[in-house]
Design a protein around this ligand. Structure first.
Ligand SMILES: Nc1ncnc2c1ncn2[C@@H]1O[C@H](COP(=O)(O)OP(=O)(O)OP(=O)(O)O)[C@@H](O)[C@H]1O
Ligand SMILES: [Mg+2]
Length: 396
């Protein structure tokens, strides 16, 4: 069918034509925003899940809700080995801009801009590499506020000041942090500490995070009270009825329907993983000649969809790994064959590769840093990418 009208959207952070199965989270977050704006005690949200399940898309949708309520919002994408000070300053800057033009007191707005500037200026030279952003030039840095160099203290002061600016307008500030698992441990602890303090003050500022499945563990390891600070939401593959909605609703707006058998087959092939839902939906649409889309169309589309995923979704990630890391993943895939690639034991990997466990640590750590593997439990590892073990086995 007409590829120009193809509604499906495979791609990182690509807004799907129908955001299926996330109503509860959206609704819950709406309540959170209202409660925080009203100064009531409330936990923020942390989304976690495998690659391609729709964390970024959901995070963006939550941000959309905050924007609708006229909150100031900003977003950070954390990177391994990179301090969050400047990215946070950038996000706070964006959020402040969204509210400051409505504020009645220009002196207070200037003061907050000055605090933001002193916060941002307090970076180590090493933290600044590759960072192009410089704080607003017109603002005069306020010395002695948010610039102690202790990230937790500085965040508390910065967050407190921007929250009060938003609070004057009856709204709040929401910061969204994607790939949150990549924040260095000490900084994650500082961020949790600041959120804890800010929520005790009842200040209207929320930090919403998203990351890989071990993010809750990483947060708990950074501060013991992290569990009580956040509401953990596991973002997962779509149940059958929601995947069906993700295919049928967008097609419906184009006047196209599916045979039930086609949906059954699509679900069998994709397991309801959102990225696969979009990828298979897209190819199937292109292959089909007419409505309704049939089982035979899906069968014809499947090899092509699989080939596209092999290059774009799996291959691109595999290519990022070093030879030693690839051997490690192939061993994981071999061991995962009977267990649907649930976590495998690192001791078993060492045994299979006939190596001492410690000698494999660099490969494991490299894979974790590259976001290909995670360790949710001591002594085990699992793929962050759904169907990755199956893909590697198919390459044998
Ligand atoms: N609820 C949903 N319904 C239908 N499609 C979805 C849904 N959520 C996400 N998608 C689709 O899934 C794909 C992946 O989404 P997204 O990039 O948000 O995943 P992610 O979890 O952030 O992945 P990564 O860990 O690689 O960053 C996109 O093509 C998006 O359109
Ligand atoms: Mg993402």
């Amino acid at each position: 069918m007409d590829p120009i009208r193809n509604p499906y959207a495979p791609g990182a952070g690509q807004r799907p034509p129908e955001l299926a199965g996330r109503d509860r989270e959206l609704e819950q977050f709406g309540v959170t925003l209202e409660r925080v704006a009203a100064g009531r005690p409330e936990r923020s949200m942390v989304l976690s899940g495998l690659r391609g399940v729709g964390k970024t898309v959901l995070l963006n949708a939550l941000r959309g809700q905050a924007v609708t309520r006229a909150w100031g919002t900003g977003k950070v994408e954390a990177r391994p080995d990179r301090s969050i000070r400047i990215p946070v300053a950038q996000a706070v800057h964006a959020a402040v801009r969204e509210v400051s033009h409505r504020h009645r007191d220009p002196d207070q707005v200037d003061r907050v801009a000055g605090v933001l500037k002193s916060f941002a200026l307090r970076t180590q030279q090493s933290d600044r590499k590759g960072m192009r952003w410089s704080p607003p030039v017109e603002a005069v840095a306020i010395r002695g506020r948010a610039d102690s160099g202790d990230l937790e203290l500085d965040l508390v002061e910065l967050f407190g000041d921007v929250a009060s600016l938003a609070g004057d307008l009856g709204v709040g500030i929401a910061l969204f942090i994607d790939e949150m698992q990549d924040i260095p441990t000490e900084e994650l602890a500082a961020l949790c500490g600041a959120c804890h303090e800010i929520s005790q003050q009842g200040a209207p500022l929320l930090v919403v995070g998203a990351g890989l499945p071990h993010l809750p563990v990483a947060l708990a390891a950074s501060k013991s009270y992290a569990e009580r600070l956040f509401r953990y939401v596991s973002v997962d593959r779509l149940p059958r009825d929601m995947a069906e909605r993700a295919w049928r609703v967008p097609a419906g707006t184009e006047g196209v329907t599916f045979e039930d058998a086609a949906i059954d087959e699509l679900y069998r092939l994709t397991d309801g993983y959102p990225y696969f839902v979009q990828a298979y939906g897209k190819v199937t649409w292109d292959v089909a000649v007419d409505t309704p889309i049939r089982w035979t169309d899906v069968m014809q589309a499947a090899p092509e969809a699989e080939a596209e995923l092999a290059v774009g979704f799996f291959g691109a990630r595999y290519d990022r790994a070093t030879p030693a890391e690839r051997d490690y993943m192939v061993a994981m895939a071999d061991l995962g064959e009977d267990t649907q690639d649930l976590a495998v034991s690192t001791a078993d990997i060492a045994k299979l590769l006939d190596r001492r466990p410690q000698s494999l640590s660099p490969a494991r750590d490299g894979l974790i840093k590259k976001g290909l593997v995670f360790s949710g439990e001591r002594g085990t590892v699992a793929f962050t990418v759904p169907h990755f073990g199956k893909f590697l086995r198919s390459q044998r």
